[in-house]
Each structure stands twice: as C-alpha cells, then as structure tokens.
Design a protein around this ligand. Structure first.
Ligand code: PLP
Length: 436
C-alpha cells in the first residue's frame, strides 16, 4: 500500500482540467476533504470523461477553431507575444552575464523597490517615508498566498476575508489554504451584466467590523466590470466605517486602460485616504512574463520601524514555503522598470495590448448590433481588461463548442485577447446565430 493511497483527487481545475460543466468560479467547488466518498467517486469517474477547454481546443481539427478560455494575451495572429522591452532587457542581462546565486528571501531589492513605486506612485507618502514592507513573490498567486499566510498569522481580528461573487477561481483555495475563512460579497448583476453596486454596498455594510476585504484593483476577473472612481470613493468610506482591512489584488496594472497610473487609481486613492492596504502585484500580464513568475506582496505600515518588523515576519512566512524567489524574471522586470528608455517602450507596449483588446470589444459590439443579435450588448464595450462576461448561457457555450469550434468557459466568459482581425467576424456571426 502506498503512503499516499488515501489521498483523494482534488476537484479538476475549471480551465485546464474541466469543460462545460462547472463555472470558472472555484468558490462553488467542494473542498476535497468535504466531499462524501460516493460523491467523490462519482465526480472522479465523471471527471475522467470530461476534458478541459484547452484540451478540447487542441483535439479539434477544424481550421476555424477559436480558444477563448486562456487568460494570456495573444497577438493579432493569435500567437503568444513576447514584449520587445522584455527581449531588450534579456539582451542587456545576457551581455552583463550575471551569476545564478540565490536571491535574498524577500527577493531582488531593485525589483521590489521599482514594483512598489509603480503601484503606489512616486509621490506616495508611505513610499517616501520608507513605510511599505515588501517581498518579491511567485507572481500574483504567490503574493496572495504570502498575504493570506501573513494575515492568518497576524491579523488582529477574526481571520475572515470577504471576496466578490464571482471572483478569480483561485482566490478561495488560496485564502483557505492560508488559514483564512472565506466569505463573499455581492459584486456582479447578471441582469444588467454590470456592477451590483447596491448589493455590494449592502453586503459590505453588513460585514462584521474589522474584517478583511479583497478588492480587484482593476480589470476584475472574471467579469471585466470595475467600479467607477466615484464608486471607489464610496467603497473606501464604507471600509473605513467598518474599520475593515483592504487587500488589493492588482494582476492587470496597465492592462485595463493601457495606462499604469490610471489603473492604479483605486490603490492610490485608498492609501491617500489613510487605509493601510495590503497589495498583491503580478507582472504576468502587463509584461507578458507569465511563466517567469514575477510578482510582489506589500503592506503599508505605520513607519520604518514597523515596516522592518513586518518584513522580518514576511521572511518567516516565505522561508519555509520556497526559501527565496526565482531570479531571472525579477531581473527582467527590474531592468525594464529601472531603465528609462525601456520603461517608456514597455508602457507603449502595454498600451498597445490594451488598445488591441479595446478595439476587439468595439468590433464585436458593432458586429453583434449590425447582425441584429437579440439582446443588449453594451457591456461588451464597457467591460474592462482581458475578460468579458458575455452573458451567454451554458447551453449556448456548449453549442458554440460543438457546432462552431469556439471554446470558452461554461459561464460565458471569454478572453478578449483570443479575438483578432482574422476570427472576429466568424466569432460574431457564430454568437449571433446561437443567440437567435
Ligand atoms: N489575480 C487575478 C485576479 C488573476 O486574474 C490572476 C491570474 O489570472 C492572478 C491573480 C494571478 O496570476 P499570476 O499568479 O499568474 O500572477
């Protein structure tokens, strides 16, 4: 008998290991240990019959096939895109021939310094007072995990985090594994395909005082729906009244509007209002460094002395998890952020990626309207970032896969980056047909 024979298979990942049967929102997935043995067996057997969006796409031989399930940018030809700024940074690194020694536990200092400057802004008071504790992380996921573990250990009140419904599917498992209790607040209104601002306000007003609240800083995943600056101000006030703790997840800075400053509005506004925020940053999307795993976790503290106490505890969180972070991606990001010409080129490329997505939104909207597609499609244009909640139903997404070779998650979420000049007309026609 193997040591691990009693370890149950976890539920399949909605993107990579599942197709058309569950939503992208892993909040609805049962935890492995909470599942009845018979249910687990049934799910395992059924699971083996299902395939993931990506696998189904790969197996499809039709030349018109489109994969809108992946959360990674694609260029005008549907190909992965390595930014010119990244290639140039790698060339600089190659010629400087750096060693491969371990980084410190909290990572490359010139990277983390530049990362928090990008997020909080050069004018940020806590930044200039040296009061922001920061550590490099294994991209955004790792930043959330470090944050969760730190809060699980040190947050002085009930260790409950409120996340929006829906949220990125990995939020619940990350925070549960960090030892936090995960609860939800309303966010998305299916009827308007927009923000349920009344529901959000009511829920946040009803949470216990001194709770933790997770906020998507920009380009909310999976809905593409963000609060307006005015709505952020109201949210900031409620969080202040509840003495709640805001934890920002910023996985798309620059990717939402094409402007890194504009996309940092919520984080910077909250800090200006005196909130001591926690922040998770990812350079996966905005630098296209997905597999390099570059990110940062930071906390605004009261002063440099508190900052150094907090940082020493962050080290204690990180050390038993992975000792120290990978060096190559952090060097790339650091070279880009700290070299003025490269930084300028990068900002231009972020804008180019965001603009291409925005132009696809326009074209999709115009096509759907021109084709007399029943329904209201304004949300396609108003939503922000990589993803769009189309409002397509699960049966419609199934038909699109089977009849039109178009793959998306069962909740009707599409990655706008998967659309381009070659496939947008075919996609619009297919959607129009399935809705009619
Ligand atoms: N947070 C959100 C909202 C995301 O959408 C993602 C990626 O899709 C992440 C965090 C983390 O991504 P990564 O770990 O690749 O940086």
């Amino acid at each position: 008998l193997s040591t691990w024979s009693a370890v149950p298979a976890g539920p399949p990942d909605p993107i990579l290991g599942e197709f058309h049967h569950i939503s992208t929102d892993a909040n609805v997935l049962p935890r492995a240990e909470a599942v009845e043995p018979m249910t687990w067996l049934l799910n395992t057997l059924l699971g083996s019959l299902r395939i993931g969006v990506t696998e189904a796409f790969k197996a499809d031989k039709d030349s018109r096939k489109i994969n809108l399930g992946v959360g990674a940018y694609r260029d005008e030809n549907g190909k992965p895109y390595v930014l010119n700024a990244v290639k140039k940074a790698e060339e600089i690194l190659r010629t400087s021939n750096p060693d491969k020694e371990y980084l410190p536990i909290t990572g490359l200092p010139e990277f983390t310094k530049a990362a928090i400057k990008l997020a909080y802004g050069a004018e940020s008071a806590p930044l200039n007072e040296n009061s922001i504790a920061v550590t490099q992380s294994i991209s955004g996921t790792g930043a959330l995990r470090i944050g969760g573990a730190f809060l699980g250990r040190f947050f002085p009140s009930a260790k409950t985090i409120y996340i929006p419904t829906p949220s990125w599917g990995n939020h619940t498992p990350i925070f549960r594994d960090s030892g936090l209790e995960v609860k939800q607040y309303r966010y998305f209104d299916k009827k308007t395909v927009g923000l349920d601002f009344d529901g959000l306000k009511e829920d946040l007003k009803n949470i216990p005082e001194k709770s933790i609240v997770l906020l998507h800083a920009c380009a909310h995943n999976p809905t593409g729906v963000d609060p307006t600056p005015e709505q952020w101000k109201v949210i900031s006030n409620i969080i202040k009244e509840k003495q709640a703790f805001p934890f920002f997840d910023m996985a798309y800075q620059g990717f939402a509007s094409g402007d890194t400053t504009r996309d940092a509005f919520a984080v910077r506004y909250f800090v200006e209002q005196g909130h001591q925020v926690a922040l998770s940053q990812s350079f996966a999307k905005n630098m296209g460094l997905y597999g390099e795993r570059v990110g940062a976790f930071s906390l605004v503290t009261a002063d440099p002395e508190e900052k150094s106490r907090v940082e020493s505890q962050l080290k204690i969180v990180v050390r038993p998890m992975y000792s120290n972070p990978p060096v190559h991606g952090a060097r790339i990001a650091s070279t880009i952020l700290n070299t003025p010409e490269l930084n300028k080129e990068w900002e231009g490329e972020v804008k180019h990626m965001a603009d291409r997505i925005i132009s696809m939104r326009e074209r999709l909207y115009n096509n759907l309207v021109a084709q007399g597609t029943p329904g209201e499609w304004g949300h396609i244009k108003s939503q922000i970032g990589m993803f769009s909640f189309t409002g397509l139903t699960t049966p419609q997404t199934k038909t699109l896969a089977e009849k039109a070779h178009i793959y998306m998650t069962a909740d009707g979420r599409i990655s706008m980056a998967g659309l381009n000049g070659h496939n947008i007309d075919y996609f619009s026609e297919s959607v129009s047909k399935v809705v009619k």
